[in-house]
Design a protein around this ligand. Structure first.
Ligand code: NAD
Length: 294
């Protein structure tokens, strides 16, 4: 019988700070398949997330089908905007939400994992984060600073993760990021350079698949997910409209669930996905194939 078995594997899922988004659903699906899961949480959200966990507020979402509870092996404070400690401005490093955490950069977390868990300590790395300070601005009204910030946080951070985690991972490792149709089609309202960031993320997936494949034997893929009312998406302001529009116009007229994205991520990370690399997989009820609104 074919089954998704990640027993003995370890994952690092970057971009988990509550139980509503894709990162959490992916972390849970990987755990359901038997993987040990570490997560990376943005420092400004770290205390809220760990307090919710400690107080049992997320217990219902943490319940696994085995009856056990999802346990994160480590929750690393992680800021994908910074590649090394030296890149973190002193004012940020000394601020209330960062001071206690030390080196939260991409290299810092990779080093911490190497020191705590040893060489070859990771098999699966998931990039489930994005941020664009001017996302509500049309591209015509986006500043250079806002545009580059969206690209840096939402696309370059994935390059940085592959650079720094590639050498740490066991051969045959799996990298995954989350993209959106706005990277290839026009979605009015998804502005501030975020659509450009998703286009970059998808192109980088192909180039990184080639480079990381040849260098380490790792695979690099992305999932183009349909709309979900996560915290980040809700902040953009028109997510319910997008969910309804997509549902009404998709071959399968249903909203996607985070669980479906989690299951695809687990499949991609498993030996069953060994032939996939450089791919953008659509988990969107088929919406991307439509050429006419219904
Ligand atoms: P989410 O709110 O669950 O996840 C976004 C996470 O990014 C948050 O945990 C936030 O703390 C983190 N983050 C922001 N800036 C960061 C930084 N500098 N360093 C580290 N973490 C940072 O929302 P989500 O919608 O599940 O987003 C996950 C991914 O899915 C994103 O790449 C998003 O673009 C993508 N996506 C979302 C949708 C959707 O409709 N929700 C659709 C397609 C793709």
């Amino acid at each position: 019988m074919l089954s998704i078995d990640l027993t003995g594997k370890r994952a690092f899922v970057a971009g988990v700070a509550d139980d509503a988004g894709f990162g959490f659903a992916i972390a849970k699906a990987l755990a359901e398949a038997g993987a040990r899961v570490c997560v990376g949480t943005w420092p400004p959200a770290f205390n809220i997330f760990t307090t919710l966990l400690r107080r049992g507020k997320l217990d219902a979402s943490m319940a696994l089908s085995s009856g056990e509870k999802l346990e994160f092996e480590h929750i690393y404070p992680f800021d994908a905007d910074f590649d090394t400690l030296a890149d973190i401005p002193e004012a940020t490093r000394e601020s209330k939400r960062y001071k206690e955490h030390g080196d939260v950069s991409v290299a810092g977390v990779a080093e911490r994992m190497r020191a705590e868990l040893g060489e070859g300590c990771v098999d699966v790395v998931v990039h489930s984060l994005a941020n664009g300070p001017e996302v509500k601005n049309p591209l015509l009204e986006t500043s250079r600073k806002g545009y580059l910030s969206a690209l840096g946080t939402s696309a370059y951070s994935n390059v940085s993760l592959v650079q720094r985690f590639g050498p740490l991972m066991n051969r045959g490792g799996s990298f995954l990021s989350l993209t959106y149709l706005a990277g290839e089609r026009v979605i009015p309202g998804y502005g501030g350079g975020m659509s450009s960031a998703k286009a970059a993320l998808e192109n980088d997936t192909r180039v990184l698949a080639y480079e990381a494949g040849r260098r380490w034997g790792h695979r690099v893929n992305c999932i183009s997910a349909g709309p979900l009312a996560s915290r980040a998406a809700s902040a953009i302001g028109f997510i319910q409209e997008m969910i309804e529009y997509t549902r009404a116009n998709s071959p399968l007229p249903e909203a996607i669930t985070a669980l479906e994205v989690g299951a695809t991520a687990a499949f991609l990370a498993s030996p069953l996905g060994a032939g996939f690399t450089g791919a953008t997989l659509y988990v969107d009820k088929g919406y991307h194939v439509m050429g006419k609104a219904l």
